[in-house]
Write a protein that binds this ligand. Sequence first.
Ligand SMILES: *Cc1c(COP(=O)(O)O)cnc(C)c1O
Length: 417
Amino acid sequence: MNHFSVTRALFDEVMVPNYAPAAVVPVRGEGSRLWDQEGRDYIDFAGGIAVTGLGHAHPKLVAALVEQAQKLWHVSNVLTNEPALKLARALCELTFAQRVFFANSGAEANEAALKLARKYAADHFGPDKREIIAFTPSFHGRTLFTVAVGGQPKYTQGFEPLPPGITHVPFNDLAALAETISDHTCAVILEPILGESGVVSATPEFLQEARKLCDRHRALLIFDEVQSGNGRTGSLYAYMGYGVTPDILTTAKGLGGGFPISAMLTTSPIANSLNVGSHGTTYGGNPLGCAVAGAALELLSDPGLLAGVRHKHETFMSGLHRINERLGVFRELRGKGLLLGCELIEPWQGRSRDFVKVALEQGLLVLVAGPDVIRLAPSLIIPDELIEEGLNRFERAIARLLSQTVPANEELAHAAR
Ligand SMILES: *Cc1c(COP(=O)(O)O)cnc(C)c1O
């Protein structure tokens, strides 16, 4: 037997130091609550970074996982399996897609999408159509290709040389896109709503025009809906809310409700460029993941659930505005559905992590979206009582931070007291 205590301190002894997790270690979750090793409870407005869209330990997901676990775990892609085929069929019925590729993470789904776009261009237009256009800021994952496409120096520095053929233009800047796109462009990839990079929504015109520009230059339009998908914005996929259909869509986070699975969706003519042997993954389409995602998708595609997301958006927004009337720390409150961003006023910019820390002390989990924005991505079925209790904790946390700290602007700190 092992004789050591499993605490946060152990992390520093045994884990690669690429994360800085909080001091508490959760051991159990149910719905929108988590409990740590000491039995303290936390209200979850973070959702495991927009993953647990149906809360923790949803009975239907648990049942799907247990049932599948007793039947068949893994067969590899040498064989297919029932849960994968059922999930692919459901995704095709619910979206524009005619073909589906499964992987295990958002980055892998994007890797597949980007490789497919290059391959499709090579198959149909020859070797001069290789350029990928992406936007700043954006985030598409942590493989070498996806950090290069994401284009954030903090994620690429030291990992060079990076894959070439990637150009960046400012997000929502139509003129810059129009100027940059050409017949050498094979794909334009974007997040309809920037997740990690501040919870900024694409303007409808930006997506509509991006669609037209891609059509004109025969470039594929890829929507990275790893974060915005699976009901998060109040539409099953954000593209549906915009009425702009991509050629390839990637999704992950909410798809498995916490079980690792991702998908790349596309049409059959495009899919044909990934012919036998051209791309693959050992675990993609794994029966366990697909069984859980199948159960999740059935719940997430329910119009009642999606209407609930839009309703809860209003509940959150009015609560956050009330907090701001009293404490005045937010410059803007924004987002769609239950992907919400609270941008800090200038004196507090750069300090979003401090808010996460004080919230945790008050028993509330929230996220950052860059240094200036606090991000909320709760369960899509969080009960109204927990929204209220969580917002109370949020207000207490912010009040405490304001009373403890002197921000850059002394006058504002004084006003807050
Ligand atoms: C989280 C995220 C990714 C990366 O997903 P992983 O599962 O961490 O690889 C890619 N794109 C977007 C928009 C994301 O939010």
